[in-house]
Design a protein. Structure first.
Length: 156
């Protein structure tokens, strides 16, 4: 069985997702802590990556994609929420996601070129792509929410 194939990737993704959702359910109303906690959760997908022998550097393009994509998406959702509440957050998130995918793809491609140029194996597998992007998304969202709610004290 391929140690980075679909079965180990899916198993790892389900386990990491369950832990992330459990932690978030526990701290969801701690507005000042949620951002830093999401940042910390962004390192959780690294555990199965290391267990299955994948270097974190090799998933750098996926991590950057996730961080840029979801970091900017969170800004769009916050802006939407400030204008139209929950509906604004949903629309801001949906529209923001399509825009941020394009921008994040630029960064992902650039990082992938850099890694290849420097001899770092970055071939995509189900394990590295899923957990790399998950890590980046959590890091991007956590940083955005930390800045918005903890440092800037933005009210919704």
């Amino acid at each position: 069985m391929n140690k980075e194939g679909i079965v180990p990737a899916l198993t790892s993704l389900i386990i990491v997702s369950a832990v992330v959702v459990s932690v978030i359910l526990f701290v969801i109303y701690q507005k000042r802590l949620i951002g830093p906690i999401i940042v910390l959760l962004g390192f959780l997908p690294w555990i199965p990556l290391k267990i299955f022998g994948r270097s974190i550097k090799s998933t750098g393009a996926d991590i950057i994609f996730g961080a840029v994509d979801t970091g900017i998406l969170a800004v769009a959702a916050l802006i939407g929420a400030s204008f139209a509440g929950v509906l604004g957050a949903i629309v801001g998130g949906a529209v923001g996601d399509s825009i941020t995918d394009g921008f994040a793809g630029l960064f992902e491609g650039k990082i992938a070129e850099y890694l290849r140029r420097h001899g770092i194996e970055e071939a995509r597998t189900p394990l590295s792509s899923s957990l790399g992007k998950m890590s980046g998304c959590l890091l991007g969202a956590g940083i955005t929410l930390t800045v918005a709610w903890t440092l800037l004290n933005i009210k919704l």
